[in-house]
Design a protein around this ligand. Structure first.
Ligand code: PLP
Length: 344
């Protein structure tokens, strides 16, 4: 079609799996741990839905600020952290800029780079999927990217870059650095407390994983005041709807419940790790709420799917690799059962 921007050529519509399922472990969604009791939700908010929401999500940012221990003026809320990746690129990326990251990593970095007509360059992870900061810094010095995107812990591998390595990168570079901490609650070593100490650091967080609210679409970025001011000029007004803001505020007040859930996922992750190993599967250590593994079982994805168990499969260079979310205990057991069945 003549009107379509050339950069958009070749993009595909994002397709989630639409197969019927019993057990859904393909998207790293957390459990609904906070809103099982509907009476917890104060429906007073519904009286005001004829009004626009608070454009700056003031109360929500105040609660997030208490949760992460960073001033609320350093926070911008939005419609999921995907929207925040896009907003940052919209603010800073010009046609032809370079975006540097590790590969494999979260696929949206490449897609948003394409949309903003930037060149995405990936530094390959090591054989065991660990990420080598020295290689990234070397590449950075060679290509001088506008933006460096670090997913920490990394999706889909679960690898955690130690905090000191990220500090080393920040000390070494003038490029913008986005650290996507979608899964950091399941690990140690957040960098979010450093945003005031660097002129180029942006941290992204989400309510979709450890907080179990993927359906409300809520994420936020944290950075220094200068970057926040620029991004705010580009942000659409009223970008976070009032129901999402209200639920986000309640969620932030349940910090204990969230850490309890995170502890459970971490210990179940280790149980699942051992069970996969016992099946002779090559599984990688993970600092997230999922496990990345390799299996030679033919058509594993399809066999599990036919049994109603959804996991994520990869293709191309990652043919034979899979990612499974750490679900509740029943879901994890059903996954293992189904896996045992697939061997036969
Ligand atoms: C799941 C995920 C997100 C979260 O996206 P939302 O838009 O907040 O749901 C962001 N980054 C990574 C790496 C993820 O895996």
């Amino acid at each position: 079609m003549d009107w379509v921007r050339a950069d958009i050529n070749g993009l595909k519509v994002y397709k989630e799996s639409s197969s019927p399922y019993r057990i859904k472990l393909d998207a790293n969604e957390g459990e609904n741990i906070l809103f099982m009791d509907i009476s917890d939700i104060d429906l007073q908010i519904l009286y005001d839905i004829n009004r626009y929401p608070d454009s700056n999500a003031d109360m929500l940012r105040h609660e997030i600020s208490k949760y992460i221990g960073v001033n609320k003026d350093n926070i911008i809320a939005g419609n999921g952290s995907n929207a925040m990746i896009e907003l940052v690129m919209k603010t800073f990326i010009e046609s032809g800029d370079k975006v540097l990251s590790f590969v494999p990593t979260f696929g949206m970095y490449n897609i948003f780079s394409k949309i903003y007509n930037a060149e995405f360059i990936g530094v390959k992870s090591d054989e065991d999927f660990s990420l080598n900061m020295n290689s990234l810094i070397e590449k950075m010095e060679e290509i001088k990217p506008k933006l460096i995107m670090i997913c920490n812990p990394n999706n889909p591998t679960g690898y955690l870059i130690p905090r000191a390595e990220i500090i080393k990168l920040l000390e070494d570079t003038d490029s913008l650095v986005i650290v996507d901490e979608a899964y950091i609650e399941f690990a140690e070593g957040s960098i979010v407390g450093e945003v005031e100490n660097y002129k180029n650091l942006i941290v992204l967080r989400t309510f979709s994983k450890a907080i179990g609210l993927a359906g409300i679409r809520l994420g936020y970025m944290v950075s220094n005041i200068e970057i926040v001011n620029w991004v705010n000029k580009v942000k659409s007004p009223y970008n976070t709807n009032s129901l999402t803001q209200a639920l986000g505020i309640i969620a932030m007040k349940k910090k204990d419940r969230i850490s309890e859930y995170v502890q459970k996922v971490k210990s179940d992750r280790e149980v699942l790790y051992i069970k996969l190993k016992q099946q002779g599967i090559r599984v990688y250590p993970s600092s997230s709420n999922f496990l990345f593994f390799h299996s030679d079982i033919k058509d594993l994805y399809k066999k599990l799917k036919e049994d109603g168990v959804l996991i994520r499969k990869f293709s191309g260079e990652l043919e034979g690799y899979y990612r499974v979310t750490v679900g509740d205990r029943y879901e994890n057991e059903e996954f293992i059962k189904s896996l045992k069945g697939a061997v036969i």
